[in-house]
Design a binder for this molecule. Sequence first.
Ligand code: NCD
Length: 311
Amino acid sequence: MTYTFPHRHLLDIEQLSKNDILALLDLAARYAEQNRSPRKKIDKLAGKTVVNMFLESSTRTRTSFEIAAKRLGADVINFNAALSSINKGETLLDTMRVVDAMQVDAIVIRHQENGIPKFISQHVNASILNAGDGANEHPTQALLDALTIRRHKGKLEGLTVAICGDVEHSRVARTNIRLLNKFGAKIRIFTPPKFAPKDLSALGVTAYPTMAEALKDADVVLMLRIQNERLAGGEFTMSSEEYHRLYGLDHDKLKAAKTDVIITHPLPLNRGVEITDELADDPTYSLFFEQVEMGVAVRMACLDMLLGNRA
Ligand code: NCD
């Protein structure tokens, strides 16, 4: 089997074929095993340089990319946005060109605006990896969710997936929907009316009026937090208690789903708001830390596919 990853950048899920996704997941599954072994580090990307440019707050995704690149033997630089010349008025593109001119191999970008990684990719030689742009895309998150789901369900095809919470402002929801649609999943959403995506039918999902209907016979439930950082002050005033009562998940509501249902959540978790403490800590259903583990493996697979065969 010879498969060559046909992309220079990882910008969104739309660019990936089903074959690309499966190849990434298969490689990530091998890295997940290696990551559990005593010798985690290989030299596949020795001599390569990866720069993390996180211009929106993040700890876990940045750490995950850093560990992934180091496990493959690459050198990693974490760009400190707070100390950078962006604060001296330099344009973002010039800053990226400066980093690119240092002959780096990959730049991992997180930015609060939609489309920034794609824009930068048109102006630099390095491979660009999108680590989350606004409410648009977060491709490595959808891939790590897919890997976690496949480990438990054995497949992605035809699953019934319920996505609950602030779908409109969630790049995790959007990216998961785009990936799962490629595998013919049946995707339902349950959101406060305010958080129903404006492009509902274009996304190919069905909105349900109650959690019981959305969860009925579901294989997977994806829970989301409210993306407060993308809301104007006073835009959403419901108390945490009321939100939990109407939109939060607990063991009782979960009974509507299949008995072997699994729950995913991208973290950070708001305990007692979108999910009860008890359910969040119940390993029969909640896979949040396994998702984090798969995240490193998926990012290793992405870096390897993009850089491993480049001269
Ligand atoms: C997600 C993100 O940043 O979009 N988190 C993450 O990548 N770990 C989800 C979120 O912030 O709610």
